[in-house]
Design a protein around this ligand. Structure first.
Ligand code: ZN
Length: 127
């Protein structure tokens, strides 16, 4: 059902883990496959210096988390907000149609993590 690129990424995912002293964290899930995805990021001078994910989910969810986290490292937070699941799927050379919703999770989790980062920055400013 999955192509070779997806299977390879699933078998050897990058950036697996959880950043304890993260600057932003996002957790999302979908009921269809029961996927749960948590992404933590480190931000310095508005640039994402590290991103890690923990995914409890299907192969598509794991593969897209791996690709999405790799893509956002080195991006500014504004650039990372523009990352779409379409780009991630393109990098993976396609996903089965019924698995596209899993790729949306990675995009959503990154957006959540960035929103969390921005919230914390605001809190700091207000202190
Ligand atoms: Zn899934």
């Amino acid at each position: 059902m999955y192509n070779k690129k997806v299977m390879e990424t699933f078998a050897n995912p990058q950036n697996v883990g959880y950043i304890e002293d993260n600057d932003g964290a996002g957790k999302v899930g979908n009921a269809t496959c029961g996927d749960i995805m948590e992404i933590t990021i480190k931000v310095k001078d508005n640039v994402i210096t590290d991103a890690k994910f923990r995914t409890f989910g299907c192969a598509a969810a794991v593969a897209t988390s791996s690709v999405a986290t790799s893509m956002v490292i080195g991006m500014t937070v504004d650039e990372a907000l523009k990352l779409t699941n379409a780009k991630v799927v393109e990098y993976l050379e396609g996903l089965p149609p019924q698995k596209i919703h899993c790729s949306v999770l990675a995009e959503e989790a990154i957006k959540e993590a960035i929103e969390d980062y921005r919230r914390r920055q605001k809190d700091k400013e207000n202190k």
